[in-house]
Design a protein around this ligand. Structure first.
Ligand SMILES: *Cc1c(COP(=O)(O)O)cnc(C)c1O
Length: 370
């Protein structure tokens, strides 16, 4: 396999740079620490809660489990409905169904591409128990409007912050501190990524914190007492060590992503029929830089021929997927989501890239539109 000129994923570049810090940290953990829910996991949980601005963080083994266990901890299950974004990554829907609840899919605002608060209001019914706004691509949702929609109800706000580590809303609060709980993924591709799967839930609620610690560990409380039949979803110690080292760099890495997004915007605004994302209010952390054009497939092919890798997030939304369960939606039911799916294209953005690599992408996009 030859390396593309501008790749979207650069794990080796990242680890080569981090190794002087990471190597000794891993060695210390292997030689001195408890491998199961020991001090490295607790230390990362404290650091991540502090970074997010919440009282607690509970490490789990994936973002999907972070969502699932949070729903279970809130007592959400069969007969309940959970509202989420129709254009989210499949895992949000997977978690809702795994909890036993019914996902109610709501269209995004076509500009911000995050869930539309007015449509959330319209989707609320007597069975609605939670809303999961997804801070898609690294941009926080319209939380003030969403909070207004659920104010005075018992509906829980559970953030899917899997793409938004470090992002801030317009009041400066971080993603993960904007609802009852925030679910994070540390999949290697995310802004804060482990070397494998990992996740966490952030919350200010001590009851949720304690319940999540029980649910992530086979329902155990103490050594022999079991309070629930729950999965084994502990945060792995090696991943906690990797994450603790990387967390120290997250803010600088996110600043670099924002600078690249600015560069893209300066160069690509007004080019052809391309629609370029705006940073919105607060601090967008550009997990992805998602442009839109009806000529998406042609543009992707043109860039690939020039060695520029792009991504699709996502070409098929959850509802028309050929799933083993019927979500109750048909193609055509969610036209905004379906239109976005046909037009979105993720340009390379990552802190490991160099400015001239972003320039190279801009030159190629300009060449495509002539
Ligand atoms: C990555 C992601 C998840 C799932 O996280 P995993 O760690 O892969 O289980 C959930 N929601 C969104 C929006 C994601 O991007």
């Amino acid at each position: 396999m030859t390396m593309p000129a501008v790749p979207t994923k650069l794990y080796a570049r990242q680890y080569a740079e981090l190794w002087p810090e990471l190597g000794p940290a891993l060695e210390r953990a292997f030689l001195h620490e408890d491998p199961v829910l020991g001090e490295p996991v607790a230390a990362f949980e404290r650091a991540f809660a502090s970074h997010t601005g919440t009282a607690h963080a509970v490490g789990v083994n994936s973002g999907t489990d972070a969502l699932l266990l949070t729903l279970r901890a809130l007592g959400i299950g069969p007969g309940d409905e959970v509202i989420t974004a129709a254009n989210t990554f499949i895992a949000t829907v997977t978690a809702i169904v795994a909890a036993g609840a019914r996902p109610v899919l709501v269209e995004p605002d076509p500009e911000s591409m995050t869930i539309d608060p007015q449509r959330v209001a319209d989707a609320i019914g007597p069975r609605t128990r939670a809303v999961i706004p997804v801070h898609l691509y690294g941009r926080t949702c319209a939380m003030a409007a969403l909070d207004a929609v659920v104010r005075g109800t018992r509906i829980a706000m559970v953030e899917d912050a899997a793409q938004a580590h470090g992002a801030r809303d317009l009041r400066g609060r971080r993603a993960g501190a904007l609802g009852r709980a925030g679910a994070f993924s540390f999949h290697p591709s995310k802004n804060l990524g482990a070397f494998g799967d990992a996740g966490a839930v952030t919350t200010d609620d001590p009851y949720l914190d304690a319940k999540l610690r029980m649910l992530r560990n086979l329902g155990k409380r103490g050594k022999y007492e079991v309070r629930a039949l729950a999965p084994n979803s502990k945060l792995d110690t090696i991943q906690a060590v990797v994450l603790a080292v990387k967390l120290r760099h997250l803010d600088a890495w996110n600043r670099r992503r924002r600078a690249f997004a600015d560069l893209y915007r300066r160069r690509l605004l007004g080019v052809g029929d391309l629609r370029v994302p705006d940073p919105g209010p607060g601090e967008h952390v550009f997990h992805l830089f998602v442009v839109r054009t009806p000529q998406r497939d042609e543009l992707a092919r043109f860039l690939r021929a020039r060695g520029i890798q792009t991504g699709l997030h996502y070409p098929v939304p959850p509802h028309p997927q050929p799933l083993d369960v019927d979500l109750g939606y048909r193609p055509g039911d969610l036209p905004v989501t379906e239109r976005l799916a046909s037009e979105v294209l993720s340009l390379p953005i990552s802190h490991e890239l160099a400015e001239d690599e972003i320039e190279q992408v801009c030159v190629a996009v300009e060449a495509f539109f002539g």
